[in-house]
Design a protein around this ligand. Structure first.
Ligand code: C5P
Length: 303
């Protein structure tokens, strides 16, 4: 029987998150640019005795607030992977969290991506890359990207991925708030705010893609955009003050990450990121501040 498989999986930020009209299936068409950053959860998968089922143990930031039963997306990922692999679903999952919970950085999706990659390693030859992608798309809109990592365009509801030509390394300051925001609530608030508007189909932004192509942090900072930001700020007005504080500290750009409430700020370099991080800490507007570089790899087996 195989020993434990350890997988490291990053958080994501959306450099652009253009949200189209609400679809009949309750999702929204997106044009997003995903970017994986070096803030990682670690997930260990161990084969359990036959009949033991899937169990999950969660340690680290915000662990107490997560479900440990069948509702946990990591448990669902293990069951789907076992079914596709033709194995019985008997695994122990241990997750050490560093990605903020309900923070808009895809922490739950990251753990699901790690479980899929871990199961493929635990049961060699049973799950192809195509299988993993299909299971990922079933599990959530961000899961497929977190298997890939790097910087990629996401369309559909986020699960259809296209590589982006990108060079350089970017330094981010990640400002974590006290309380998470549930993603469906933020999308619903956006629908409410736009109820009387004609919502266009979401589209690319040439300035952003060019900034990535030439590795220009200043241009990237100017081109960051997130349609969900207005909705997150409407639900948490204090985020406006946090974004302003980042701008005052000289960030090249700052946005709400995904559905928030985590905000991310682009720095010139590592040193500048540390300066911004110190400055944000003193505002009292955040629970924690982290520095992370991107892009980084997606979910990878480390031992
Ligand atoms: O796919 P995922 O489970 O991550 O999505 C969480 C929620 O976010 C969905 O239930 C939906 O309310 C919202 N969502 C959306 N349109 C998307 C992605 C997510 O409305 N493209």
């Amino acid at each position: 029987m195989n020993d434990a498989i350890r997988v490291r999986v990053p958080a994501k930020v959306n450099l652009r998150l253009a949200v189209g009209p609400l679809r009949p299936d309750g999702y929204h068409h997106l044009f997003t640019v995903f970017h994986a950053v070096g803030l990682h959860d670690e997930v260990t998968i161990t084969q359990a005795e036959p009949g033991a089922g899937v169990t999950v143990r969660i340690l680290g930031e915000g662990a107490d607030s997560l479900p440990s039963g069948a509702d946990n997306i990591a448990v669902r990922a293990a069951k789907l992977a076992a079914q596709r692999a033709g194995r019985s679903a008997d695994v122990e999952i241990a997750i050490t969290k560093a990605i903020p919970v309900a923070g808009g950085m895809a922490g739950g999706s990251a753990d699901a991506a790690a479980v899929l990659v871990g199961c493929a390693a635990l049961w060699p030859g049973t799950l192809s890359a195509g299988d993993l992608h299909a299971l990922a798309a079933d599990l959530g809109s961000d899961v497929a990207f977190l298997i890939e990592g790097g910087t990629m365009i996401g369309t559909g509801r986020g699960e259809i991925l296209t590589p982006v030509l990108a060079q350089g390394e970017f330094h981010w300051v990640i400002a974590v708030s006290d309380m998470g925001l549930p993603t469906p609530q933020v999308y619903a608030e956006l629908d409410r705010l736009r109820a009387d508007l004609d919502v266009a189909e979401p589209a690319a932004d040439d300035a952003l893609l060019r900034a990535l192509r030439i590795g220009d942090a200043r241009a990237l900072g100017r081109a960051l955009s997130n349609d969900l930001q207005a909705a997150a700020v409407s639900l948490r007005p204090e985020l406006a003050r946090l974004l302003e504080a980042g701008a005052d500290l000289g960030a090249l750009g700052g946005i709400v990450s995904g559905s928030g409430p985590t905000c991310v700020f682009l720095a010139r370099d590592r040193e500048h990121a540390l300066d911004i991080a110190v400055g944000l800490t003193t505002t009292g507007l955040v629970r924690a501040v982290r520095h992370a570089a991107g892009p980084v790899d997606g979910a990878r087996v480390i031992a």
